[in-house]
Ligand binder design. Structure first.
Ligand code: GLV
Ligand code: GLV
Length: 324
């Protein structure tokens, strides 16, 4: 089954779903970091040393030093759509391909973003805790009152694939959709999403829900800072399923504590898995442990994309999802 002249040595930093492991093993000399927990820097440096390719997680920092440790490296296949964990310049200098897994996780991630939006608006985790605690005394006219979603305004920051998938979900709830990003969509696209283009400042001022769907770059780091949070309506919610450092988490904690905004739904954090002090004490926050793409089907599909990219590089073809 192995179709390459010599079987490439692939270092995998974390165990992937069974169906993916089987296929990877069939095609490659696969070396897997032995324990199903995040790899340490030392283990990463050791593991990559004799590798022809690495399958990295978004939590692995593939920086210049790591890349320099691997003289044979031909590809860094990131098991994620985001790739802010990789030093693209250092990879490019060595002509090492860098690939990601776009497309397959779009709907799954938008599902989670919308789930967080609904969960925080309708206070579902608080409601669950009440019922579970045994303290519930029966139906009450003023208990756990949340906010409506239907008919409200959703502001999407970053109208790429996931942002657009979010807009489609919002249409089902008769939401008014605004978006902002560097490049405006065509009039036809705007019509199809029934989305209105605004500057970030105006979007923040008018949205009941602000949902982030942009990559982490130097330009987007702390895009949602103290000033941006102050622009938001007092009844508004912030949803982040993109990358933690896009939001200044300290400023967010402050804004929530001072009731400057109504709440937040967070799947990503500035320094995962660490939380900014006091974030966990705030009731108006719903948190998930970076599970945007975590459905069984999607995690398998992401693995198959990684496999296709590896196969391409070792057959001397251009990998389908090359970032660089
Ligand atoms: C998840 O955060 C991803 O980038 O795939
Ligand atoms: C992810 O697939 C995106 O580009 O939004």
């Amino acid at each position: 089954m192995k179709s390459f002249k010599t079987i490439p040595h692939i270092f995998l930093t974390r165990t992937l779903p069974e169906a993916v492991m089987k296929k990877l093993n069939r095609h490659f000399d696969l070396h897997v970091h032995g324990f199903d927990r995040p790899i340490s820097r030392r283990q990463l440096l050791r593991g990559i040393r004799s590798a022809d390719g690495i399958i990295s997680m978004l939590s692995d920092q593939i920086d210049r030093e790591v890349i320099a440790t691997a003289p044979r490296l031909k590809i860094i296949a990131n098991y994620a759509v985001g790739y802010n964990n990789i030093d693209l310049k250092a990879a490019a200098e060595r002509n090492i391909s860098v690939t990601n897994t776009p497309g397959v996780l779009t709907e799954t991630t938008a599902d989670l973003a919308f789930s967080l939006l609904m969960a925080v608006a309708r206070r579902i985790p608080e409601a669950d805790r009440l019922v579970r605690s045994g303290a519930w005394r029966g139906w009450a006219p003023t208990e756990l009152l949340g906010r409506d979603i239907y008919g409200k305004t959703l502001g999407i920051v970053g109208m790429g694939r996931i942002g657009q998938a979010m807009a489609r979900r919002a249409a089902g709830f008769s939401m008014k959709v605004m978006y902002t990003q560097r490049h405006r969509l065509s009039v036809k696209e705007e019509k199809s999403f029934r989305a209105e283009y605004l500057t970030l400042a105006r979007l923040l001022r008018t949205s009941d829900y602000v949902s982030l769907h942009l990559p982490l770059t130097d330009a987007s780091r702390h895009l949602i800072d103290e000033k941006a949070l102050r622009r938001m309506k007092t009844g508004a919610f912030l949803i982040n399923t993109a990358r933690g450092p896009i939001v200044d988490e300290t400023a967010l904690v402050q804004a929530l504590r001072e009731n400057q905004i109504a709440g937040a739904g967070l799947d990503v954090f500035e320094e995962e898995p660490r939380l900014t002090p006091r974030l966990r004490q705030i009731n108006e926050v719903v948190m998930a442990p970076h599970i945007g793409s975590a459905s069984t089907d999607t995690r398998v599909r992401m693995g198959l994309i990684v496999l296709e990219n590896l196969k391409a590089v070792f057959s001397k073809k251009s990998p389908p999802n090359r970032i660089w």
